[in-house]
Each structure stands twice: as structure tokens, then as C-alpha cells.
Design a protein around this ligand. Structure first.
Ligand code: THU
Length: 130
């Protein structure tokens, strides 16, 4: 598992590719898989504002599309000086794949399940037979 500092460095590198001309709020994310891979993402905005996507979900969807489903940790960096924490939609999207460590700048690591307690997930659908 990469050290928190390595994962943050990967997220900082990914942030260089953020496309954020509307908010000017560049975000980078780096997702560490249990197999030892690191998949990164950046936020990608759109002139049709709601169509834009957060860095965390860009990294997650990219990782899943490459066959990864088991994750150890995600590191997230926003603009310098901003203590960033993932938005609710990203917490939900990440929690689909179970718990993981969330690494942020300037604060202690936290478990995703503590950022999104009692999350709705696949187990709820299973109970309905879906
Ligand atoms: N954003 C992220 O990429 N991740 C977060 O955790 C919070 C917000 C993006 C969305 C949008 O492009 C910009 O930051 C401002 O909200």
C-alpha cells in the first residue's frame, strides 16, 4: 500500500490535468487499489455546469473501467491551502466498493464509512431480490 505522502503526491500530479475553467477550483485524486496500482483523476467541468465531474469519481470510474474493484485508499487535493473533503455524491459512489481510507491534506486520515455512516448500498438492493 503506498504511503499517504506518495498518494497525495500522485493526486497533486493529477490535479495538473484538472479542467476547471468555471470554478477555477482544481482537484486531483489518487486511488490506491489493493493490488498496488494507483489510478488518478481530476475534475472535469463543462459549459453545461451540472455535467462536470469531480476528481474522485473520475478516478473511481477510470479504475473500475480498468477492472479494479478493491481499494485501499483515496487521496484528494484541492487548490493549495484548501482542506478538501469529498462531496456527498463522491462518498456515495466510492462506498459502492466498500470501505477505504480517505487521505486529505492537513488532517488525519479517516475511514470512508465514518464520512458516510449508514450508507445506502448493494446490500439494501439484495434484500429486495434485485
Ligand atoms: N470538486 C471535486 O472535484 N472534488 C471535491 O471533493 C469537491 C469539488 C470539484 C467539482 C467542481 O469542478 C469544483 O471542484 C468546484 O466545486
Amino acid at each position: 500500500m503506498p504511503a499517504a505522502s506518495e498518494l497525495l503526491a500522485a493526486a497533486r500530479k493529477a490535479r495538473e490535468h484538472a479542467y476547471a475553467p468555471y470554478s477555477n477550483f482544481a482537484v486531483g485524486a489518487a486511488l490506491a487499489t489493493k493490488a498496488g496500482d494507483v489510478v488518478t483523476g481530476a475534475n472535469v467541468e463543462n459549459a453545461s455546469y451540472p455535467v462536470g465531474m469531480c476528481a474522485e469519481r473520475t478516478a473511481l470510474f477510470s479504475a473500475v473501467a480498468r477492472g479494479h474493484r478493491d481499494f485501499d485508499a483515496i487521496a484528494i487535493v484541492g487548490p493549495e491551502g484548501v482542506a478538501l473533503t469529498p462531496c456527498g455524491a463522491c462518498r456515495q459512489a466510492l462506498s459502492e466498493f466498500g470501505d477505504m481510507r480517505v487521505v486529505r491534506e492537513g488532517c488525519d486520515d479517516v475511514a470512508l464509512r465514518d464520512l458516510l455512516p449508514d450508507a445506502f448500498g448493494p446490500r439494501h438492493l439484495a434484500r429486495t431480490g434485485i
